[in-house]
Design a binder for this molecule. Structure first.
Ligand code: ABU
Length: 372
């Protein structure tokens, strides 16, 4: 005979099954994920927000190629890596969904400004944030990304029709006054400068890491305090939003600085984070220093820091998809008790992301918990 306890467990499981969007953290067993596309992408138009987020060595080429379609050879190489990644996910029993192939190469304008082109739909992690059963469109700071979310509309409609909560943060105007046009790369040890000020609310979802009832965020060249405060108030008292101070001179997304792997363990970049300078709440967590990245630069243009090496995707508390050539990281993760799944992905980096950036976990099996 079923006890009251098993009945209630069964009810919970049934409820969980019905939730089409449900992801509370970065490590519960992954069931459904959106994976980005590389076709139809453009080299992002030159802008101070791009300059502030990309290696200095890439600036001249980025200016030269500004707004042009991504070269074919680049698309094909990235597609080969992407196919392998998708194959791994599907072989692990995970449902893979894709954005619509809407070309991002056309110019467009708003009443306030014009953009030479869009960017790409390679990184769903930036424009959409899943917190529990809610999916939130984020107010991204790059003008080239203003309409990127349209590639996800069909999926958003489907998730909404199936019962998900769908919200859009206030759409910013992205007026000229938002940008600090005189941004300069600070010398090592100098105070950080940011390409966006506080005149409008903006944030990228990839500046947030989710650990159940607590989220961690970095102020960056895409996320300002206005954006952080908007999300804090929106989520309300059920959640804590804690700021992680990055030492990156070009901060853009928390997932190359601070990557929670499972309850109590976080992978961090020793260049970007001082584990002695983190919110008090994290004091009981183990900080695992990521080994120095193996140089994987295969394309002429580089949009990200080398710490994309640690931009891994957890399939559950153990299995972790890592870039195949990052052997020191793979070795360390194994030593720390994880089960790395290597996948070549260096050709994708030119799209500005790796496994975490290029995915959006829609559903992970688990419930809302506090880990602190
Ligand atoms: N989109 C992730 C890139 C972050 C970085 O350049 O460190």
């Amino acid at each position: 005979m079923a006890t009251a306890e098993t009945e209630s467990t069964k009810q919970k499981e049934t409820k969980q099954k019905e939730l089409v969007v449900c992801s509370h953290n970065e490590w519960d067993p992954l069931e459904e994920v959106i994976v980005g596309r590389v076709s139809g992408g453009a080299v992002p138009p030159w802008h101070v927000t791009l300059q502030a987020a990309t290696p200095k060595e890439s600036w001249e080429l980025l200016k030269l190629l500004s707004g042009k379609p991504a070269p074919d050879a680049m698309v094909q190489a990235a597609q080969r890596d992407l196919d392998q990644f998708i194959h791994i996910l599907q072989s692990e029993g995970i449902t893979v969904r894709r954005p619509d192939p809407i070309p991002q190469t056309n110019p467009f304008s708003t009443p306030d400004w014009q953009a030479e082109s869009g960017y790409n739909v390679a990184n769903p992690r930036d424009g959409l944030l899943v917190v529990g059963e809610e999916i939130i469109e984020t107010p991204m700071a790059w003008r080239s990304r203003y309409f990127e979310v349209h590639a996800y509309r069909a999926l958003l409609h489907e998730y909404f029709q199936a019962g998900a909560q769908w919200t859009a943060a206030p759409k910013p105007q992205l007026a000229d006054s938002l940008y600090n046009e005189d941004w300069e790369l600070p010398e090592k040890g100098e105070p950080l400068q940011f390409a966006v000020n506080e005149s409008e609310c903006c944030f990228d979802a990839a500046d947030f890491a989710r650990c159940g009832r607590d989220l961690f965020v970095t102020r960056s060249n895409a996320t300002n305090q206005f954006g952080i405060e908007w999300l804090r108030r929106h989520l309300g008292e059920r959640y804590g939003v804690h700021e992680i101070k990055t030492q990156s001179r070009q901060p853009m997304h928390i997932d190359t600085t601070f990557v929670p792997l499972c309850p109590g363990k976080v992978l961090y970049s020793p260049d970007f984070l001082d584990p002695n300078n983190v919110p008090e709440i994290l004091k009981s967590w183990e900080f695992l220093p990521a080994p120095r990245p193996v140089n994987t630069m295969v394309q002429m243009i580089d949009l990200s820091s080398t710490w994309l090496s640690m931009n891994v995707l957890m399939l559950d508390e153990k299995r972790v998809v890592c870039e195949a050539s990052q052997e020191p990281l793979i070795e360390k993760l194994t030593e720390w008790g994880f089960e790395p799944i290597p996948c070549p992905y260096a050709n994708y980096y030119v799209y500005g992301g790796a496994f975490h950036c290029s995915t959006l976990d829609i559903r992970r099996r688990g419930s809302l918990q506090s880990y602190f």
